[in-house]
Design a binder for this molecule. Structure first.
Ligand SMILES: [Zn+2]
Length: 181
């Protein structure tokens, strides 16, 4: 019923930095450059990073560094298109990389060093337990691309008792997707 966007807890940067970052829920950050976006979740163990558009590139790491000194411990591919994940190689190689099976297969075929292969592969759903946050990835079937593991409203995050399995509803206008590559 309540579809109002999450209130922004803080706006941490300006367009002068080449990106804008908002904390859209407790420990959950949205990062955008006007065309593409990335999300990351700061847990008490580390950071779960979702996607890495090349247009944001290392600004993603700079943005993370502004809010936490914790390492990136988990990496999520929403899908395989390079405009959204073509800079995934910025994340630590040791971090497990999650992808739906169709996405994982495409990454293998592409053999792109900037889109390293998935290490954690799922078919229908998978839950990432990382400290005080839980991230559930679901695959409802082909949508934007085959293997697109979730659309943002399906991104469910639990942050202790404060946001039990809260379904995030990103603010309007933030879901614009780039052209498939
Ligand atoms: Zn795409």
């Amino acid at each position: 019923m309540n579809s109002a966007p999450a209130q922004s807890a803080c706006r941490l940067s300006s367009s002068a930095a080449g990106y804008v970052m908002d904390e859209i829920a407790d420990g959950i950050f949205w990062l955008g450059d006007g065309s593409y976006q990335n999300m990351f979740v700061v847990t008490d163990e580390g950071v779960i990073a979702i996607d890495a558009p090349p247009t944001l590139g290392n600004n993603i790491l700079r943005a993370i560094d502004r809010v936490t000194k914790k390492p990136v411990t988990h990496v999520v591919y929403s899908h395989h298109h390079s405009d959204h994940v073509g800079a995934m190689s910025i994340y630590p190689e040791r971090a497990p990389r999650y992808a739906q099976r169709a996405t994982a297969q495409r990454l293998e075929l592409l053999a792109d060093p900037h889109r390293p292969p998935a290490t954690e592969i799922f078919d229908d759903a998978i839950t990432i337990d990382a400290g005080d946050h839980t991230l559930r990835l679901e695959y409802p079937g082909p949508n934007h691309s085959e293997g697109n593991s979730f659309r943002p409203p399906r991104l469910a995050v639990s942050a202790g008792r404060l946001h039990p399995w809260k379904a995030l509803t990103p603010p309007p206008g933030r879901l614009r997707s780039g052209q498939p590559v």
